[in-house]
Design a binder for this molecule. Structure first.
Ligand code: GCW
Length: 587
């Protein structure tokens, strides 16, 4: 984008080396207009830092969405390919405005029918709609599809080294490219949570991935193989599993295979240390999986702005090639001078009229796209852009609303999983359930202590990190307190940096998290004059539910932990937080 002024012309020139570059340039120009930026001295040149900027939809063929909280799937499979909902175009345009250039249409818990001729025709029609917006379609493949697809050859094995199986995939892939010539490739969840995989047939992950990769390679397709394999080994610590399964396979994957770990080693918790695989698989392109949909972060009820969480992961130092080898450099390829790169976000879109249910949840879709394009953007800047384009450019509105957004994630960590706790939730991943989760899998509380000892004198899990990182986490004095109970088993009486004991600090954080939500809501109430009545009312209502649920988390957790350690409630509850009585909820 270049502002030009001559005697006969004044304007902005938008140009690029490719057509799609021009499209992105125009969207950027619109963003400048909508956010009221000056246009007279533009000299903006951009290239995306990450090549594959993908949404992963966990949409099922029957129309439901796994961990989706914004209505039914956008894809109307029964009407495709003949009827094309205009929302498909809106979806593509919205994504293109952020630079998102890839979408996996179906759930990683994949229905094999998606690979049938009938369904290929359906999703090839979606690919046709998305193509002008530079969005490539990918599909989640069920690894046992050769055994499950009646009518397209039903084999009695899916062993990746079996010639018949290899042939089956080759033919399916040819059928796909005949309909969708720019098909991106397969995303695969293998040997995890009941999904089939090569291990079932006595083979390794790389055997499975490479078999698919070989069939896709002549067409330019790739395999994205998820490093999420709960069922694979008997390792009781879920934080260790995926590293153990994948680190030994580094260098054994074909050139067109990506391995896709989640941001942390367990599962999209409110806060996790970065996944130890980042920086420990130098010969394999790793594609980072983030979760935009708020599976563990209050679903569509809690307002949690996720850009700070993602920035936190992207800017974690793996130390893989000396200090300053951040996760973002592993992902964008710069750390290893790699030519290929990718990032994925599990989508939070659905057929709700506003796409994402909670009005503020849309900021997370937006932020994912912006960070995938340029991870150096700050969470504040992205929030500000989104607020200005979504609600108002009024400076008083923007600064207050941005403050609310920026406070929301730290608050959620505090009222759900402070100090390195994780998986405190019940099976619905929404409500608290500390009583059923107390154990040696996630954390363990008894009368005197709490936390898991993952240090070198405990399970040794910390050694999955590069030694500089491992040393930091291993030492209780240098381990960041927000990860304390993740790596250490700690006495309730230990004094922390705040001067409070561990028990006091835990209580403090639960109360402080809720107080922060109260504060967010008060600030929101003052913004009424900037927002239309309909959205203001909807947001105000859902904020009230958010607050009540945050209190439920606090009261359930604090009273449960107190029932375990039998310590008195700290005095500051009355003095600092104005609660005369301790919580009475029975966990
Ligand atoms: O966290 C779990 C979710 C599952 C999901 C799985 C995965 C798609 O509860 O719903 O399945 O992770 O990431 O594969």
């Amino acid at each position: 984008l270049l502002s030009v002024k001559t005697d006969s012309f004044q304007g902005v020139v938008i140009t690029a080396g490719t057509d799609v570059g021009t499209l992105y340039g125009v969207f950027h120009f619109l963003r400048l207009l909508q956010t009221h930026q000056p246009l007279d001295n533009l000299e903006i040149r951009q290239t995306p830092r990450i090549q594959r900027r993908m949404l992963n939809h966990w949409d099922n063929i029957k129309g439901s969405i796994e961990q989706g909280f914004a209505g039914r799937s956008l894809w109307r499979w029964e009407d495709l390919p003949d009827t094309l909902d205009p929302r498909y175009t809106d979806y593509a345009r919205a994504n293109a405005s952020l630079g998102i250039n890839a979408t996996v249409l179906n759930n990683v818990n994949a229905d094999p029918r998606i690979l049938s001729d009938e369904y290929i025709r359906k999703w090839a029609a979606l690919a046709d709609v998305f193509r002008p917006y530079n969005i490539k379609v990918y599909i989640s493949a069920n690894f046992a599809a050769p055994m499950k697809n009646k009518g397209i050859g039903s084999l009695d094995t899916a062993d990746p080294l079996d010639p018949g199986v290899r042939q089956w995939w080759k033919q399916r892939i040819e059928a796909i490219y005949a309909q969708a010539p720019d098909f991106g490739g397969f995303l695969v969840k293998a040997d995890a949570e009941g999904q089939p995989g090569p291990r079932q047939f006595g083979r390794q992950f790389n055997d499975g991935a490479n078999m698919l990769a070989e069939a896709l390679a002549p067409h330019g397709g790739v395999v994205i193989w998820r490093a999420f394999n709960k069922d694979v080994n008997n390792e009781p610590d879920p934080a260790e599993r995926n590293f153990q399964a994948y680190a030994p396979l580094d260098g054994k994957f074909a050139a067109n295979v990506f391995v896709q770990p989640k941001n942390g080693p367990i599962d999209f918790q409110p806060l996790e240390p970065f996944h130890p695989l980042f920086g420990r698989m130098p010969h394999t392109p790793l594609l980072l999986e983030l979760q935009i949909t708020q599976e563990y972060l209050g679903k569509s009820v809690h307002h949690v702005y996720l850009a700070p969480l993602w920035k936190d992961v992207l800017y974690s130092d793996t130390c893989a090639r000396g200090d300053g080898s951040i996760v973002a450099q592993v992902i964008d390829g710069s750390l290893y001078d790699r030519k290929v790169s990718g990032i994925a976000g599990v989508a939070n879109t659905g057929s709700d009229r506003n796409w994402c249910s909670h009005h503020f949840a849309q900021a997370n879709w937006y932020a994912f796209g912006r960070l995938a394009w340029d991870h150096t953007l700050s969470a504040e800047q992205i929030a500000e852009e989104w607020l200005r384009m979504t609600f108002s450019n009024a400076p008083e509105f923007v600064s207050v609303a941005k403050g609310i957004m920026m406070d929301s994630w730290p608050a959620a960590v505090n009222y759900q999983t402070p100090l390195g706790l994780n998986v405190v939730c019940s099976g619905n991943h929404y409500d608290p359930s500390p009583k059923t989760r107390n154990g040696r899998q996630y954390w363990y509380a008894d009368k005197d202590t709490i936390g898991l000892d993952r240090t070198t004198s405990g399970s040794g899990a910390v050694e999955q990190y590069h030694s500089s990182v491992a040393n930091l986490f291993n030492n209780i004095d240098t381990c960041p307190e927000r990860f304390l109970l993740w790596f250490h088993r700690v006495s309730w009486q230990r004094r922390l940096s705040t001067g409070r004991t561990l028990w006091e600090e835990l209580v403090w954080r639960y109360y402080d998290g809720v107080r922060c939500v109260e504060n967010m809501n008060r600030r929101w109430a003052a913004l009424k004059r900037f927002v239309d009545a309909e959205r203001f009312e909807q947001i105000t209502q859902v904020r009230q539910r958010h607050l009540e649920h945050a209190r439920f988390w606090r009261d359930t957790c604090v009273s449960y932990f107190q029932s375990v350690n039998e310590l008195p409630m700290p005095d500051f509850i009355a003095t600092e937080f104005g609660e005369a009585t301790p919580p009475t909820v029975t966990p």
